[in-house]
Ligand binder design. Structure first.
Ligand SMILES: Cc1cc2nc3c(=O)[nH]c(=O)nc-3n(C[C@H](O)[C@H](O)[C@H](O)COP(=O)(O)OP(=O)(O)OC[C@H]3O[C@@H](n4cnc5c(N)ncnc54)[C@H](O)[C@@H]3O)c2cc1C
Length: 403
């Protein structure tokens, strides 16, 4: 084990040497660090900010496992137990809450029936209107035709999870998290070890995972161009829970059925899109995924819209907020929400592939989730990337497969 921390020094000095260096203390970086540490590697995380304030704290905290398809589903399921395991070790809030998909029409319910039939028994349970009402704590079922309960989904509190995980990691032997330290350059030459130049000095490492979220183009513009990475901006809001409502699962709606792969593959999906195009073009215009979750303190997290641009303007549109909140208020049968906060979230997006895992060199791997499901796939992706790294690093460590 080799993990030496030295306080701020002139920038050409070697500050630290570690088996695995992770750049970025968002959930993707921390998941790689946590899994690498668990596998016996010494780990250092560097983060440019004084604390992580990227996509990982701005989201719904929903591990949207069940609605994924193919490789993403496998990664999401593989990461599930790690979420629960690290929640218990690090002491952050995580709930086997499941997700509730609310169907307002027979067509939406039909799609959910198809989805349920496509999955193992019990994973997707179709609900009648009364059962949906009970899960939402609603008084009446107007506007609800039925729904489905997705049992495997998890929830964490996005505001506190990465902060708690980073502090816990920093307290472990052979693990450190260095804030206010920005990676600026990566060199890898005749030796296997990579040298990472940062705003504070040089770090040497056997392997570096670069997990900088949507800022891939700042460090590797040519990779960002090749992978067609752009920035997706989302509008979000927080509100006090209406009349002390407690809603355990993450709540999804028809617009969610148009977004997640597992739904869009169902036979009724094309008809649902056509229906939404004619009935709710305002929601489609803002790329809405009308959904919400509830934080442990009862605050509702409400969202979200999607707009795509390489550089995102920081300004929030009131009409987008209104459209989203009206739609969410209908689901909960409330007149309007009392908002406490609004914010913009940004994540990396690409039409080329939902994930970017690029070997820049034998010792440098660039990782970005380019599909807005980083919370969902984080730990599964980290495990897969660590396993892919191990054969090349067989001389480094006797560790067998990461699990
Ligand atoms: C509004 C919103 C809602 C979402 N909802 C969900 C959801 O419910 N479920 C889900 O699965 N996903 C959701 N997502 C997507 C998810 O939040 C992201 O995919 C995930 O957080 C990305 O994690 P990350 O670690 O790659 O990025 P970030 O959390 O953005 O972290 C990247 C970190 O890298 C640091 N960094 C950047 N450059 C450098 C550098 N040069 N040196 C050092 N540090 C650097 C940044 O400061 C930052 O802290 C949502 C996203 C948004 C915005």
């Amino acid at each position: 084990m080799n993990n030496t921390k030295i306080d701020s020094k002139p920038t050409e000095e070697v500050l630290a040497s570690t088996d695995v260096l992770v750049v970025g203390a968002g959930i993707i970086g921390l998941a790689h660090a946590a899994i690498a540490h668990q596998a016996g590697f010494s780990v250092t995380v560097i983060e440019r900010d004084h604390r992580a304030i990227g996509a990982s704290i701005r989201n719904f905290g929903h591990a949207c496992i069940t609605a994924q398809h193919g490789e993403l589903y496998d990664l999401a399921q593989a990461g599930r137990r790690h979420w629960l395991d690290f929640a218990s070790k690090a002491g952050f809030w995580a709930l086997e809450a499941g997700a509730l998909v609310v169907a307002a029409t027979e067509l939406e319910l039909q799609l959910l029936r198809e989805f349920s039939a496509s999955r193992p028994v019990g994973q997707v349970r179709v609900l009648d209107a009364e059962e949906v009402r009970a899960k939402l704590g609603r008084e009446n079922t107007d506007g609800i035709r039925g729904g489905a309960f997705l049992a495997d989904d998890l929830r964490v509190d996005p505001r506190t999870t990465v902060g708690t995980l980073a502090s816990w990691l920093d307290r472990q032997e052979n693990a450190e998290v260095h804030f206010n330290t920005a990676a600026v350059d990566f060199t890898f030459g005749t030796t296997r070890r990579a040298r990472v130049k940062t705003s504070r000095g040089i770090y040497e490492t056997d392997h570096v995972f670069i997990c900088v979220g949507h800022d891939v183009d700042y460090l590797f513009p040519e990779v960002a161009l090749e992978h067609k990475i752009t920035r997706c901006s989302l509008q979000m809001a927080a509100a006090a829970a209406p009349e002390s409502t407690t809603i355990i699962p993450a709540v999804l709606t028809a617009t969610s059925m148009l977004r997640y792969d597992a739904f869009t593959r169902m036979p009724s999906a094309p008809r649902l899109r056509i229906h939404m195009e004619s009935q709710r073009p305002d929601l489609l215009d803002i790329g809405a995924n009308v959904m919400f979750t509830q934080r442990p303190d009862g605050t509702m997290l409400l969202g979200d819209s999607h707009s795509y641009e390489l550089t995102q303007p920081p300004f929030l549109s009131e009409s987008t907020t209104d459209t989203l909140l009206d739609a969410a208020a209908k689901v909960l049968d409330v007149e309007r929400f009392t908002l406490t906060e609004r914010w913009q979230g940004i994540y990396a997006s690409s039409d080329v592939a939902p994930l970017l895992v690029k070997e820049i060199s034998e010792s440098v791997t660039l990782v970005s989730v380019t599909s807005g499901i980083g919370m969902t796939v984080s730990f599964g992706l980290a495990e897969a990337n660590l396993n892919a790294m191990l054969p090349a690093g067989a001389s480094r460590r006797s560790t067998s497969q990461v699990s």
